[in-house]
Design a protein around this ligand. Structure first.
Ligand code: PLP
Length: 383
């Protein structure tokens, strides 16, 4: 077999993304010159405060919200915890029920599990084999006790995009709140919180070429909010603690680029098509778990029967290729992915599944190289 020359290929953009140069520059400038505490009354503090408020406007603009509807947090996990826990605290014991889906991110799933130990009832609306929630099924689950519907906008493992607008419209008829984890959608498709009709939405900077360790929470104007970290007056008293000004500034800068990021979708989708064709050519019985429509343009979940994805990943890693066998948050857990199980995969099929997530800089050569390495692995494994 011809020698394969090693390259670096990053195909795990749903796990995280590189920090873009403009974001790095912004953050370095803030770290160097604007280290004042935004709460301090003198000019240096005011400068830092102004940076926060500018970033808030940038995030708000990118999600089509008003800036006073945006709160910064330490990450999307924190934002998800904050919404679920504060709303449960507020409604319990008058209302006890949350309706959600079985394909939420662990930051939602595990928080819901925790809330169940506190008396909250959680019902999961089943999804079909591509991860789609049926709005009619969901409506049937609503009762007097329900205060919240929690539904992920775009799934991190299979890319399925839910009809949040329809779900919000149903929820409104029953006076029920809606929260949506928009982490994976943001930067890949347009996220317009007003059009989606949600009351709460959560975001993370590091999925759109911003820094790690900063997230945001959108709370529709006049929707219920209570402090989720107690202490000082920061973030309107909702999230106390001195703000991570450089991270927040980086998040804001990353949001300036959201339209441009989305404009890469068509190119990414084309490369994704080539990758799927190539995978079919090297392994005829492969199964694509991601839907062909209403799917993130960059995400492919593929099952390769007879091939353990953990082993294939190790081989790909050896050749400089980064892919994932599920969500980065659960890749350390030796349990089949709850998302893949929810869409009907067996434990074995789930263990034979790879998540490949492309990015704006992914090239056809990256895909050709990846296919070559997979082909080599398959031939060596079967021979
Ligand atoms: N929600 C989804 C859908 C995600 O993919 C992630 C990150 O992988 C998160 C939430 C958590 O984001 P963070 O890393 O900012 O806590």
């Amino acid at each position: 077999m011809k020698k394969i020359f090693k390259r670096k290929v990053y195909l795990d953009h749903n796990a995280t993304t590189s920090v873009s140069r403009p974001v790095r520059r912004t953050m370095n400038r803030v770290l160097k010159y604007h280290y004042g505490n935004p709460s301090s009354g003198y000019q240096k503090g005011k400068n830092a405060y102004n940076i926060l408020e500018q970033a808030r406007k940038q995030v708000a603009l990118a999600i089509h919200a008003h800036s006073h509807e945006v709160y910064f947090s330490g990450c999307a996990t924190e934002s998800n915890n904050a919404v679920l826990k504060t709303l449960s605290n507020h409604f319990y014991p008058d209302k006890k029920k949350i309706i959600s889906t079985p394909i939420e991110h662990p930051s939602v799933m595990n928080t819901l599990e925790y809330l169940q130990t506190r008396g909250i009832e959680v019902e999961y609306c089943p999804v079909d084999c591509y991860g789609f929630v049926s709005a009619e099924e969901l409506e049937k689950m609503i009762d007097e006790d329900t205060f919240l519907i929690c539904c992920i906008y775009a799934n991190n493992e299979i890319g399925t995009i839910q009809n949040i607008k329809e779900i919000s419209a149903i929820a409104k008829q029953y006076n029920i709140l809606v929260m949506s984890d928009c982490v994976q959608a943001f930067g890949k498709i347009d996220v317009n919180v007003k059009e989606l009709g949600v009351d709460y939405a959560t975001f993370s900077a590091h999925k759109l070429h911003g820094p790690k360790g900063v997230g945001a929470l959108y709370a529709r104007i006049s929707s219920y909010m209570e402090p989720f970290i107690h202490g000082g007056h920061q973030e309107e008293g909702m999230r106390a603690g001195t703000e991570s000004v450089h991270n927040i500034a980086g998040f804001g800068k990353a949001c300036n680029n959201v339209k441009k990021l989305i404009s890469h979708s068509e190119k990414i989708q084309t490369i994704k098509g080539l990758l799927i064709d190539g995978l079919r050519a090297v392994k005829h019985d492969m199964i694509i778990n991601s839907p062909s429509e209403k799917c993130l343009p960059n995400t492919i979940s593929v099952t390769l029967p007879g091939i353990k994805s953990k082993e294939l990943m190790m081989m790909l890693d050896y050749y400089g290729i980064c892919v994932s066998s599920g969500s980065a948050c659960s890749s350390q857990i030796n349990k089949p992915s709850h998302v893949l199980k929810a869409i009907g995969l067996t434990d074995t099929a789930a263990e034979e599944t790879l998540r490949i997530s492309l990015g704006k800089d992914t090239t056809i050569r990256d895909v050709q190289y990846t296919l070559k390495v997979i082909d080599k692995y398959l031939k060596e494994t079967w021979d």
